[in-house]
Design a binder for this molecule. Structure first.
Ligand SMILES: C[S@@+](CC[C@H](N)C(=O)[O-])C[C@H]1O[C@@H](n2cnc3c(N)ncnc32)[C@H](O)[C@@H]1O
Length: 192
């Protein structure tokens, strides 16, 4: 049975690089029998929530998008989202949520990422310094982290998703993450 989901995969090599922020890719899964890579989980976040004002409005990329309500400095935490972990076998493959869920740590769960987490639209990750500064490319990186200790819930796998600014973001800019090329290929669609 075809089955689609987003799987977080963190590019460890870019974690500490000065110029490029951490990159997490959203991989797509087409076949239930396929083994998913385990996603890396990083240290505990201090608390949940949006760190800057976030505005939801129509996006030229399609449907709704999330926009910065203020300027954001490079490296700043933008949002730390709690998740609801759902068993992948309990969700119908045709469910509209499949375009929204993230992959869990172990491949057997889907993460319903709360807050604005499931609504960020896509742009490719920058690969060069010039791209890093360009508005054509994603301006947020994201990764799985342990939830804040006082509210860590075993039912959600004890994880959350943390979004960080890759570069300085201007007030009013759309906040964009990289879903991965593979995500679009498996959808047989091209991103705008
Ligand atoms: C997780 S949703 C993002 C929120 C969505 N825009 C909404 O209004 O619900 C993913 C969907 O948004 C749209 N989308 C996101 N980024 C896009 C892009 N760069 N180009 C075209 N469509 C995009 C696609 O329809 C995709 O299936």
């Amino acid at each position: 049975m075809p089955f689609l989901l987003w799987q977080l995969f963190f590019d460890l090599g870019s974690l500490h690089s000065g110029h490029f922020s951490p990159v997490v890719r959203l991989l797509t899964r087409m076949d239930e029998s396929e083994e998913l890579p385990r996603a890396q989980v990083y240290g505990a976040s201090s608390s949940f929530g949006a760190r800057v004002p976030l505005v939801l409005r129509a996006s030229s990329r399609g449907g709704r998008g999330v926009f910065a309500g203020t300027s954001v400095r490079e490296g700043a935490e933008v949002e730390v989202c709690p998740v609801l972990a759902l068993k992948r076998d309990h969700i119908a493959a045709e469910c509209a949520g499949m375009r929204y869920f993230f992959g869990g740590e172990d491949g057997n769960s889907l993460l319903c990422v709360l807050g604005y987490g499931m609504l960020y639209n896509h742009a490719k990750s920058p690969q060069t310094s010039a791209q890093q500064g360009s508005k054509e490319f994603s301006n947020l990186s994201y990764a799985l982290h342990e939830s804040p200790e006082d509210v860590r819930d075993a039912l959600d796998g004890g994880v959350c998703v943390r979004f960080v600014a890759r570069r300085m973001i201007e007030e009013g800019e759309e906040l964009l993450i990289d879903y991965s090329d593979r995500w679009w290929q498996t959808k047989k669609e091209d991103p705008l």
